[in-house]
Design a protein around this ligand. Structure first.
Ligand code: GAR
Length: 204
């Protein structure tokens, strides 16, 4: 059984999509061992509690980054987490945190990286005038929105879009992409060469 640890800061819709897929058996041999938020008011916490999951709030405000990360990692290890999923976790991880889970931390970002890293990526893409937007699930490394890419989904930008309608359609794809990426990583049937994740061909 794979123990997933979810880190979030807000609404929690990506977490909820993962939880539904776990419950439906679409992410086999996995359970959500713990949900941790750095914000007490995060909507994702209520969803987790409604689902009967174990939740913790570890406030980050006013704390040194690594001190906060040490508290979070202690909880993840207590719950024997083997894959950490950042789901709208609006906090950069310290190098120390990243080193605790090599190639075992995933993040979702609402753009086709390396375009538009950082905050409000959908709005950045819309304002730039791109015709194709999308989302990326990637391994977390020590740089912001940077590690090797696992899954990307494209979303066309329509003439009638505004930044909100575009963000909504990107979010629908995020909800699909994250579980796909988790399954790829848990199946373990891939190599990472440099930045390239390549799935191994399986004999049938
Ligand atoms: C999602 O759109 C996610 O891609 C984004 O925050 C939103 C969280 O929504 N993450 C980032 O921008 C990280 N750089 P959710 O709480 O409903 O999953």
């Amino acid at each position: 059984m794979h123990n997933l640890g979810i880190l979030l800061s807000g609404r929690g819709s990506n977490f909820e999509a993962i939880a539904k897929n776990v419950a439906a058996g679409h992410i086999p041999n996995a359970c959500i061992a713990v949900v941790i938020s750095n914000k007490a008011e995060a909507g994702g916490l209520e969803i987790a509690q409604r689902l009967g999951l174990t939740t913790f709030v570890v406030p980050s405000k006013g704390k040194e980054r690594e001190q906060h990360d040490r508290e979070v990692v202690a909880l993840l290890k207590d719950h024997e987490v083997d894959l950490v999923c950042l789901a709208g976790y609006m906090r950069l991880l310290s190098p120390w945190f990243v080193q605790q889970f090599p190639h075992r931390i995933l993040n979702i970002h609402p753009s086709l990286l390396p375009a538009f890293p950082g905050l409000e990526a959908q709005q950045q893409a819309f304002a730039y005038g791109v015709k194709v937007a999308g989302c990326t699930v990637h391994f977390v490394d020590e740089e912001l929105d940077h590690g090797a890419i696992i899954v990307q989904k494209t979303v066309p930008v329509l003439d009638g879009d505004d930044e909100h309608t575009l963000a909504e359609r990107i979010l629908e794809q995020e909800h699909i992409a994250y579980s796909e990426a988790i399954n790829i990583v848990l199946e373990g049937n891939y190599d990472v060469a440099g930045r390239r994740l390549v799935r191994k061909v399986t004999a049938r």
